[in-house]
Design a protein around this ligand. Structure first.
Ligand SMILES: [Zn+2]
Length: 592
């Protein structure tokens, strides 16, 4: 269940005479923080956990403790000054007598998961005196740019796999860094044992400030991951009799964090038969790496399964092979018949996963997905208030005739089938490379674009099979349009927003969408829908299969453009509709 604290309540607090004070120079003042928070919806997740057993409650405490560590780790991965910034803000809040200004700064830190916030105009910058954001965040050397690392990799091709590793931190090969890593390896013999030639590699590395090397996260974050590991093992002990598969998964994942190889945990996670509790924990998604698009960042989601909704979903998944076989490309694969899929209530999210996430599919690594499958989780966030906010945005952009086409069911289905879309289509390039290796920082954008398009592409087949009726098909289509609407021009490093904008432009140019001459609002040509979606999907699948980085770049720049007269004007209408632009999600289970 969600609780919404409305804006009126916040305004009342302000009027009730809570202390105000100027913040020091370099901090966001009330004139910067208040507009952002006024446009922020506050949601608290309080799921019903009455069906959990006593042992599950004991395990839950340990899982939440593991999640808290992951949250801190994530903030550190994003910005090397995160912990210090948070401490500074807490101290300022104390010493200033807990003013609105300092509470605002703490709220924005929470919302932004660190000291760098995004303004309503989509500009990123620090909310207090802190270093500027780096494209490689804190998993590459500070100040490293694309030119320098590309030149190094070109001159040292043998280092590419290591530098681009999914779970490695890149360092400058300074004498200090090498000595510190070797000392850390001495302090963590288990990491030493599980990483065959790491010691030899570090010892052989010449100290040279213009060279780079990488160490596994298992070493870079050894202390913190040891703590996570001990919580996972403690949790597994509580439930080993009641839910042996879940306990085995926790044991495996605890070891994965030491080895950096997620295979055992992924296999037992995807295929295991769990009771009420589940946890997604580790580092999977690479969205935060704006330098090479290679590094996974830490997250955890502690979940409670909704048995009834999950069973309904499994049924709807039948017939997936037929959808794969109908995709507009030639290299169809065999989709496994039993796809682990579940509907969950979120108990608490940590790190990269924190926020109004609706669904995920993991693991991403093609090898693990091929051998074990991937698990799809859909969160119950189809809350009426969250939906109302998206509906308001949609209503502001489309012509009146189309407004009642969008329902929360359409949003749920589009999102769910987006996740299924990750399961289908190209998983390796023509010459057998993982997409992320071939397509680098363009991988995420193309993957998300493909999944959006597969979701829309499969809708008519689901109508034919009886999953959809006419109204629910139309609603999913309407949500496909809502998804493409942008409130501001995306920044280059935002894969989701950019691929949404690309869809909007493709839909406009090929006549799925048009602007009504009178209302200057959008009209949806449903009769063009399937053909246009198929056309765009075909192009994306071709690029992914070719693995051609340059062609991918041309495709992206062809469709990714912003015209103030069209996009800017629609964006202004949507912004003026009084919608919330951000969501702060808090969790009852964390005592928020
Ligand atoms: Zn996705």
């Amino acid at each position: 269940m969600l609780k919404i604290i409305n804006r009126t309540a916040i305004t009342m607090c302000l009027l009730a005479g809570i202390a105000h004070a100027e913040v020091p120079d370099g901090y966001w003042g009330i004139e910067q923080s208040q507009p952002l928070l006024d446009a922020t919806m506050r949601v608290k997740l309080t799921p019903d956990l009455s069906h959990l057993s006593g042992a599950e409650f004991q395990a839950l405490e340990e899982l939440l403790a593991a999640g808290r560590v992951m949250n801190t780790l994530y903030e550190d991965q994003k910005h090397r000054g995160a912990a210090a910034s948070k401490e500074t803000l807490l101290e300022l809040h104390q010493t200033s007598g807990e003013t609105v200004e300092t509470q605002n700064l703490l709220d924005i830190y929470y919302l932004s998961k660190g000291p760098i916030a995004t303004t309503l105009d989509n500009v990123r910058g620090p909310i207090l005196p802190a270093e500027a954001e780096q494209p490689g965040k804190n998993v590459y050397p500070f100040g490293l740019g694309r030119t320098e690392i590309d030149a190094f990799m070109a001159a040292n091709p043998e280092s590419v796999a290591e530098i681009k590793g999914l779970r490695t931190a890149v360092r400058r090969a300074s004498a200090e860094n090498l000595a510190a890593d070797l000392a850390k390896l001495d302090a963590h013999p288990a990491v030493d044992v599980l990483h065959d030639n790491l010691r030899a590699r570090l010892q052989a590395q010449q100290a040279d400030d213009s060279a780079f090397y990488a160490v596994p996260y298992a070493l870079a974050y050894a202390e913190e991951l040891a703590e996570v590991r001990s919580h996972l093992i403690a949790a597994s002990r509580f439930i080993e009799n009641e839910s042996p598969d879940f306990a085995a998964y926790l044991q495996n994942r605890a070891r994965d964090l030491l080895s950096g190889d997620y295979e055992s945990g992924d296999a037992s996670w995807v295929s295991g038969d769990f009771a009420n509790l589940n946890i997604q924990i580790g580092s999977y998604e690479t969205y935060d790496d704006a330098l090479l698009g290679a590094k996974a960042f830490f997250s955890a989601s502690v979940l409670a399964r909704d048995a009834k909704k999950s069973a309904a979903l499994v049924e709807a998944m039948a017939g997936l092979q037929a959808i794969e076989d109908s995709l507009p490309y030639e290299h169809h694969k065999t989709v496994r018949s039993r796809i682990p899929v579940g509907v969950y209530e979120v108990i608490a999210d940590f790190g990269q996963a924190r926020g109004a996430n609706t669904a995920t599919i993991l693991p991403n690594e093609a090898e693990h997905a091929r051998k074990y499958g991937r698990t799809i989780r859909s969160n119950i966030l189809s809350n009426p208030v969250l939906f109302e906010n998206s509906k308001k945005l949609y209503d502001a952009a489309v012509d009146a005739d189309f407004r009642d086409h969008l329902t929360s069911g359409g949003k749920f289905n589009r999102t769910l089938w987006h996740e299924v879309g990750h399961y289908l289509g190209v998983s390796v390039t023509a010459d057998g490379q993982e997409l992320s290796v071939a397509l680098g920082d363009r991988t995420d954008l193309l993957q998300e674009l493909k999944s959006d398009l597969v979701s829309l592409f499969s809708a008519p087949a689901l109508r034919a099979s009886g999953y959809h009726d006419d109204a629910s098909l139309r609603s999913q289509y309407a949500d496909g349009v809502r998804r493409t609407l942008q409130l501001v021009q995306p920044r280059p490093e935002q894969p989701y927003q950019n691929m949404q904008l690309m869809q909007f432009n493709f839909f406009m140019e090929l006549g799925l969408l048009e602007v009504d001459g009178e209302s200057a609002l959008l009209i949806i040509n449903y009769d063009r829908y399937h053909e246009v979606v198929t056309e765009m999907l075909e192009q994306v699948l071709q690029i992914q299969y070719s693995g051609d980085y340059e062609v991918a770049g041309e495709f992206i720049s062809r469709w990714n453009y912003w015209d103030e007269k069209l996009h800017g004007e629609l964006a202004r209408k949507m912004r003026d509709s009084g919608i919330y632009r951000r969501t702060i999600v808090r969790y009852h289970a964390l005592g928020h």
